[in-house]
Design a protein around this ligand. Structure first.
Ligand SMILES: Nc1ncnc2c1ncn2[C@@H]1O[C@H](COP(=O)(O)OP(=O)(O)OP(=O)(O)O)[C@@H](O)[C@H]1O
Length: 284
């Protein structure tokens, strides 16, 4: 069974003036996979996550076509968003909007408490989350005094305590400095180790590509490509999405008529490698 199956999904918000936020998107996410989603602002990334998390249609109205199945079940068949959160949970870009408790441990066990689990199970899940995300000693810290990276780590630990099979993350590092960003990716790495299926919208592509199995590119509400190797043939459609050095390198390759190599989005070493390749071919 796929973790998420999307077939022919189009969506227009009720008050959206022209066009669709998503148009005819079909996409599967395998169990245990990490799928990255990238695209320029307004491309439909958040809307796609909303469709996967059940925010559409349980919370946000509009014109929807196509189907979204989570763990084999149409999202409409879940009774509520709350019921869905046990299967698929969403981490937002702003940690402030998702921390509700004064103390870290209370925050982490808040979800399991609301599931009505017995006390032993609640504490067990809380302690496992503390341990997994290296938050021992943070139990009694005041959540709003934490750094941005720490807050996101607590948000991810709280989601983990719900025990969802699928975690969606919507630009969780957008408000964070490099240290905070690293903390979030370390936390995501723990989710990967635990076999959680991950879908992440992220602008820091180089960082994400180190972890992601595939990267999907959205443009103007349409799925432009899903890349299985995290490499991009820069035909122009990654422009504005890829890091500037990669875009520039792609441009030089195209100008030189080189169309038989892929430019990995990821690391500076790859850029050096392709720069050497250009030199070998006598291209300046
Ligand atoms: N609640 C809403 N009501 C009306 N239109 C909306 C609403 N939310 C998003 N849109 C529109 O839908 C389109 C897709 O928006 P979406 O937020 O999914 O894009 P995005 O790729 O996540 O952008 P960003 O990177 O800026 O977060 C945009 O044209 C946006 O203006």
């Amino acid at each position: 069974m796929k973790a998420i199956e999307i077939e022919g999904l189009s969506f227009q918000y009720r008050n959206q003036e022209a066009g669709y936020a998503l148009e005819d998107v079909s996409l599967n996410v395998e169990e245990g996979e990490f799928l990255g989603i990238v695209g320029e602002t307004g491309a439909g990334k958040t809307t796609l996550l909303s469709a996967m998390s059940g925010v559409i249609p349980h919370h946000t109205n509009g014109e929807k076509e196509g189907v979204v199945h989570v763990k084999g079940k149409p999202v409409e068949e879940y009774a509520s968003l709350y019921e869905m959160a046990v299967d698929v949970s969403l981490v937002l870009d702003s940690p402030e909007n998702q921390l509700f408790n004064l103390h870290v441990f209370d925050e982490i066990i808040w979800g399991p408490e609301n599931l009505g689990l017995d006390r032993e199970e609640i504490l067990d899940r809380g302690n496992r989350a503390l341990e997994l995300f290296g938050l021992e000693g943070f139990e009694d810290r005041i959540t709003y005094n934490l750094s941005g990276g720490e807050k996101q780590k607590v948000a991810i630990a709280s989601i983990y305590a719900l025990n969802p099979d699928i975690v969606l993350l919507d630009e969780p590092t957008s408000q964070l400095d490099p240290i905070g960003t690293e903390m979030v990716f370390e936390a995501i790495d723990k989710l990967i180790e635990e076999g959680v299926t991950i879908v992440m919208v992220e602008h820091k592509i180089e960082e994400m590509a180190k972890y992601a199995d595939r990267i999907a590119v959205l443009q103007d509400g349409s799925l432009r490509r899903v890349d299985e190797t995290c490499s991009f043939f820069l035909e122009g459609d990654a422009h504005g999405i890829a890091p500037p050095q990669v875009t520039e390198l792609g441009q030089r390759l195209r100008e030189a008529g080189v169309d038989d190599v892929a430019v990995p989005l990821t690391l500076n070493e790859s850029i050096d490698e392709y720069t050497r390749l250009l030199q070998r071919r006598g291209i300046k």
